[in-house]
Design a protein around this ligand. Sequence first.
Ligand SMILES: *[C@@H]1O[C@H](CO)[C@@H](O)[C@H](O)[C@H]1NC(C)=O
Ligand SMILES: *[C@@H]1O[C@H](CO)[C@@H](O)[C@H](O)[C@H]1NC(C)=O
Ligand SMILES: *[C@@H]1O[C@H](CO)[C@@H](O)[C@H](O)[C@H]1NC(C)=O
Ligand SMILES: *[C@@H]1O[C@H](CO)[C@@H](O)[C@H](O)[C@H]1NC(C)=O
Ligand SMILES: *[C@@H]1O[C@H](CO)[C@@H](O)[C@H](O)[C@H]1NC(C)=O
Ligand SMILES: *[C@@H]1O[C@H](CO)[C@@H](O)[C@H](O)[C@H]1NC(C)=O
Ligand SMILES: *[C@@H]1O[C@H](CO)[C@@H](O)[C@H](O)[C@H]1NC(C)=O
Ligand SMILES: *[C@@H]1O[C@H](CO)[C@@H](O)[C@H](O)[C@H]1NC(C)=O
Length: 541
Amino acid sequence: MGLKSLLTLFAAGVVHCHTTEHTTSLPASKCSPDVLALPAIEGIQILSAEAHSVKNYTFVDPLLANATAPDYFDFCNVTFIYAHPGWNDSVQLTTYLPEEGWNGRFLALGGGGMAAGGEPLIHLYFTLVTPLMRQKFAISTTDGGHPGSLEEAVNVDPDWVFTSPGNVDLPMLFNFASLSLHDMAVLGKMLVEKAYGHMPEYSYFFGSSTGGMQGHSLAQRYPLDFNGIVAYKPVVNWVKSFFSNEVAKLTMDMAGKYATPCELNVLSALALAACDELDGVKDGIISRPSLCTFDPRPLAGRAFDCNGVPSTFSNISTQVAHAVYTGPTSPSGEFRWYGFNKDVPLHAEGTGPAALICPETGGTCSAASFHMSDLWLRYFYAKNASLNLKDLTLEQSDDLFLAAVNEYESIIGTADPDLSRFRKAGGKMINWHGLQDQLVPVNGSTDYYDKVLAKDPKAQDFYRLFLAPGADHGGAGIAVSDEDSLNYLMNWVENGAANETLQAAGKTGLGVPAKRNLCMYPRVQHYVTGDPSLPSSFICV
Ligand SMILES: *[C@@H]1O[C@H](CO)[C@@H](O)[C@H](O)[C@H]1NC(C)=O
Ligand SMILES: *[C@@H]1O[C@H](CO)[C@@H](O)[C@H](O)[C@H]1NC(C)=O
Ligand SMILES: *[C@@H]1O[C@H](CO)[C@@H](O)[C@H](O)[C@H]1NC(C)=O
Ligand SMILES: *[C@@H]1O[C@H](CO)[C@@H](O)[C@H](O)[C@H]1NC(C)=O
Ligand SMILES: *[C@@H]1O[C@H](CO)[C@@H](O)[C@H](O)[C@H]1NC(C)=O
Ligand SMILES: *[C@@H]1O[C@H](CO)[C@@H](O)[C@H](O)[C@H]1NC(C)=O
Ligand SMILES: *[C@@H]1O[C@H](CO)[C@@H](O)[C@H](O)[C@H]1NC(C)=O
Ligand SMILES: *[C@@H]1O[C@H](CO)[C@@H](O)[C@H](O)[C@H]1NC(C)=O
């Protein structure tokens, strides 16, 4: 193509740009699939498009609606169902476009558990969706090709994983790990342009847990898609991380011996007592886990008080605790992946990393499993949905680990420390991760961050990690609100302003309301003096 025709094309583009209405409103009359139809996109076939004007809608959970007066919104609800031809998939992308006063920003919401995202699921983010709609963001979410619901998020037997017995649906895995998120950026921004006559000024991705994996995946694989990414408590190192959830179960099942809730609860209390004050203050939180050398193993055979009943620690209870703290190893004891911090309650009424299921009538307990690790080991790693994890030997478990790392790391393993393209594109990303995370070892985040820093000692200029002492995976403890993390990111992206600390609030391990300023990793919080419920009583060391 000659220079002249290129210039003509360019000029045509400019003219087109000026003649297109540049607006922030989308009247209900224009909320139609015809008006909002997208041009052809290579690799994507739109199967259906719907657009409905939604009036006076509230995202607030009716159970909590009394906390603050609910907001009601008018928006255009656009649903695309599309396929990647030849992949036999069918992905649903949902976008809410404000009818009036669009703020120029596009925000994509990530998924949770086994759900890539999806319209029913984002209502889980209702505490964030309401302010987003109030501030007139255009927001998108994708189901990645399988149901985008809470049921799917906790589904133990998803029917989409195999195309036939033993064969994993790799395109669907691809969608879950990255591609449908990239599509969301491409299609979502095109839709915004179609609706308002111009591309978003800023595009953001927001996700946690599975969504945190997705955010890291985007920064690594599609670094141009988003200006800013919040990706917190992420399952980076997806493949390896699930073996940390299986360690306690494997230890007990292999020995055929089970700890009691009482033993585990007392061991957790002893670990906390040993290390709580290493950060200068007794608050039921271990803020300096690297100083904590508590070893449960010497306690085997020692007497303790189980709710008034004199007891002794069994060997298995101390072995389980040790395994949870150190993480999975090879049969010869080589490091495979990280364990959990010592202020993570081991049993925690059946939700901890060494959760037990005990018969109500008394008697021996069995080991519970975490639905995600259980599923990934059976379906993806062993490719056998009926595999009984209870029968695994340490050798078999380790074989699965090594094979799965080779097979899946390049697809879903978000551990590539080279973020130079994201940096060059001007992207900014934040991750905050609770030190008491009981499902995703926080050391996955620090391990990744260490590797990014080793490659780029100035990585804090565009990618920051904040560790949150006393925060768990579910939001309990001293945590960062979704709004605060997004505001931090937007301020950084749009104004170049970013505090060295990130604000968190909640309750200490003693149940006392407290605020803390989370430190930018590798620095950590340490108490100096004053009221421990105030952020000013701590410094970053
Ligand atoms: C929106 O719905 C709420 C609750 O149903 C109602 O109180 C309010 O009057 C409605 N507003 C409009 C403009 O329809
Ligand atoms: C708010 O709703 C919850 C759930 O229905 C209820 O338990 C609580 O009492 C309500 N609070 C107020 C202040 O009405
Ligand atoms: C958006 O549209 C889809 C498809 O028609 C529908 O299933 C969904 O309930 C709509 N959402 C809202 C909030 O109206
Ligand atoms: C495509 O997927 C559908 C279910 O989503 C299945 O019934 C059908 O057999 C698949 N076709 C091929 C060619 O795999
Ligand atoms: C996690 O990393 C810290 C250093 O950041 C280290 O002190 C600690 O032992 C690690 N934890 C585990 C369980 O490996
Ligand atoms: C407990 O473990 C120790 C060390 O591994 C071993 O010597 C001892 O025999 C074990 N006791 C029981 C009752 O299994
Ligand atoms: C799957 O696991 C079950 C239970 O352990 C076993 O009986 C079956 O043979 C396994 N299937 C394959 C194909 O290995
Ligand atoms: C930045 O930090 C200072 C004190 O450390 C605090 O007063 C201020 O509110 C923070 N700003 C934001 C946007 O969090």
